[in-house]
Design a protein around this ligand. Structure first.
Ligand SMILES: [Zn+2]
Length: 465
């Protein structure tokens, strides 16, 4: 049995878009949420427990002369976004915001967020939501299981408390404790990062410093929580809750380095699927049915996952063939406003579809999104549709891919998850180690020493004949 490799090259240059006009097209399916069920993130007894635990820890740290910051710092802390995508994943965005701090101290059902809206909640016990709830979307349970959403320090500081070891698949109020990290900053403000995944917390200890952007733990659903999310809560030096967002109903300077808009209307990710995805009730894993490599005549689902999609907002979708020509283009406008929403359209790969890299694109509020997918026919070796200043040639004898470049360059090879599988200086005559690569799509980045940059995508498939 002879194993062969086939490679298809497609240079990602500025491809010409044909002038096809998008037609209106109703989705074949989808879903949305306009608000979220709430769970009082912290019970009053839990809050008291945490306050006294942090006070004890701070006293002990001061006693042992740990370099705890003092209230003397005059520069106010400036916060970076506390959520980051783990290496190897490729969503454009991975969150939406379900609730802000409640500024109306009456209760219940008296709510007011920083923008004078009602994107928050309170309850009959007198709890007014004290933090920002950032949940992960789409496929939150799957993201949590895969460790896709990392909680990182919004500002540098000292860890003054940790809670861990608690159940992390809550779907409702359960009265349990959460997993959390508490960080004190140089201006003596303190950030609480709650609902973390069990045993995912940083190995650093109470008293250790953390840098801005440093990993603290993974998003989970521990404690009172209806699903995987981060409850981010900021306290001033006197222990009072502060809302870091600046707006007409919270008249302060924003604590954020870059404050996100009240409605940040973006597409979190475009996907292609083999069939309609099935979303399961918490805590079940969703059946995503993601697929990026298709044969001729295969069914294909084109899906877009939004957050803060607004009524009337029009999105233009385009599917292009490997040569950049338009296969289909359509548009669809949201009929309502949603915190999160997704829409999908069913299609199939034509029997005479050209092989190579196709692109599913969306243009939304001036921003464009791209999801590449691959159409396979009979393997024929390399087909290049674009001028490329180097060359990529398969060598079936040793399953290697010969790369020839016109000048010195640094080469980086990534798989479709974005993971770097090779990073080195280009050496003439040295093959790329495709024999050891798994089947799939790869992105080759060429950073020439002269300063210019080129990208090429190719497919690796080890076929038995
Ligand atoms: Zn919360």
């Amino acid at each position: 049995m002879l194993k062969q490799i086939f490679l298809v090259l497609c240079v990602t240059a500025c491809l010409n878009q044909a002038g096809a006009q998008p037609v209106f097209r109703e989705p074949d399916g989808g879903g949305y949420k306009t608000s979220f069920e709430t769970a009082t993130c912290l019970s009053h007894p839990e809050r008291l427990r945490i306050d006294s635990m942090l006070a004890r820890n701070i006293a002990a740290l001061l006693k042992h002369e740990k370099t705890l910051t003092t209230a003397k710092a005059t520069t106010r802390v400036s916060l970076a976004w506390p959520l980051k995508q783990a290496a190897g994943f490729h969503y454009d965005y991975l969150y939406a915001i379900s609730n802000y701090v409640d500024h109306d101290l009456s209760y219940p059902n008296h709510v007011l967020d920083w923008n004078c809206g009602s994107h928050t909640y309170d309850d009959a016990s007198g709890y007014n939501h004290a933090g920002t709830d950032i949940f992960i979307w789409p496929y939150a349970q799957n993201m949590m299981a895969a460790g896709q959403a990392e909680i990182v320090a919004a500002a540098p500081g000292i860890i003054i408390g940790k809670d861990d070891g608690n159940f992390d698949e809550s779907c409702a109020m359960n009265g349990g404790q959460w997993n959390a990290v508490y960080v004190q900053h140089s201006d003596s403000t303190v950030a609480w990062y709650g609902h973390m995944k069990k045993n995912s917390l940083t190995t650093k200890n109470v008293g250790d410093p953390v840098a801005q952007g440093e990993f603290l733990g993974l998003v989970g659903s521990s404690g009172n929580s209806t699903g995987p999310h981060l409850h981010f809560e900021l306290h001033d030096k006197n222990g009072q809750v502060v809302d870091p967002f600046s707006g007409n109903c919270n008249n302060i300077a924003s604590y954020w380095q870059t404050q996100k808009p009240y409605y940040e209307s973006v597409i979190n990710v475009l996907m292609t699927h083999s069939a309609a995805p099935v979303m399961m009730a918490c805590p079940g894993l969703d059946s995503i049915k993601a697929k990026d490599s298709f044969a001729l005549n295969d069914p294909i689902i084109f899906a877009a996952y939004f957050h803060d999609q607004q009524a009337g907002q029009n999105t233009v979708y385009t599917v292009t063939r490997p040569d950049g020509s338009v296969f289909k283009t359509w548009q669809y406008a949201a009929t309502n406003s949603y915190v999160v929403s997704y829409r999908y359209w069913s299609d199939h790969i034509p029997a005479d579809a050209p092989k190579g890299f196709w692109q599913f694109k969306a243009a939304n509020l001036g921003k464009s999104y791209v999801h590449p997918f691959f159409v396979m026919g009979v393997p024929t070796g390399i087909s290049s549709t674009e001028a490329f200043s180097g060359s990529l040639l398969p060598n079936p004898a040793n399953q290697a891919l010969w790369l020839r470049l016109p000048e010195a360059a640094f080469i980086t090879l990534r798989n479709m998850l974005g993971q770097v599988v090779l990073a080195q200086e280009y050496q003439a005559g040295q093959p790329l180690p495709t024999a050891t690569l798994q089947d799939g799509l790869y992105l080759l980045e060429l950073r020439y020493h002269s300063g210019r940059c080129e990208h090429a995508r190719f497919q690796v498939a080890h076929r038995s004949f």
